[in-house]
Design a binder for this molecule. Structure first.
Ligand SMILES: [Zn+2]
Length: 176
């Protein structure tokens, strides 16, 4: 069933391997924007034309479709023309790896987010992880790569905040 495409249709399909504005991409972009990150899209001058480029943080993000980029989560490969698809996907994976190596060699941080990691069930965890990764990059960059830990006098005592029972002091007081 899966493979009734004419060569021309298939070509069009292939050319969309790095599609624009896919749903998973939009999830990441909207989140980044809300976090205050600014970025460019599909920068052609960089290897692999990364989906998201944050020049300030020397970071690129690829949001990869699991099928085309051959993610390990893909257990259901098409059975019709299996060899054709398999070879195509293998080539895509090789090309991805090559581009990522080129970017890293040029000093870019490369982050790959997979489509399946942005499904409604996984999204929150994935974005939390992305947040951690980006925070580390930002810290590293702003501290000149010297240290993650600030001098003692600058440390904000996060745990020292007084416990406040919001339910009682805030909410109920306002009512009376
Ligand atoms: Zn996947």
């Amino acid at each position: 069933m899966a493979d009734r495409m004419t060569p021309e249709q298939r070509h069009r399909c292939m050319s969309r391997i790095r599609g624009r504005d896919t749903k998973p991409e939009l999830v990441v972009r909207r989140w980044l924007w809300r976090q205050g990150y600014r970025y460019r899209l599909y920068v052609k001058s960089l290897p692999g034309r990364p989906d998201i480029v944050m020049r300030k943080w020397r970071t690129v993000i690829f949001v990869n479709g699991c099928f085309w980029h051959g993610h390990d989560c893909q257990k259901h490969r098409p059975t019709t023309n299996a060899q054709f698809w398999q070879e195509k996907i293998t080539r895509n994976r090789e090309r991805d790896a090559r581009n990522q190596a080129l970017l890293q060699a040029a000093g870019w941080n490369v982050i790959v987010v997979w489509e399946c990691q942005l499904s409604p069930n996984n999204r929150t965890d994935t974005l939390r992880e992305l947040d951690l990764v980006l925070s580390r990059i930002v810290l590293e960059k702003t501290s000149g790569g010297k240290a993650y830990i600030t001098p003692q006098e600058d440390v904000v005592p996060i745990a020292a905040e007084e416990a406040v029972e919001y339910g009682k002091t805030g909410h109920e007081n306002r009512k009376t």
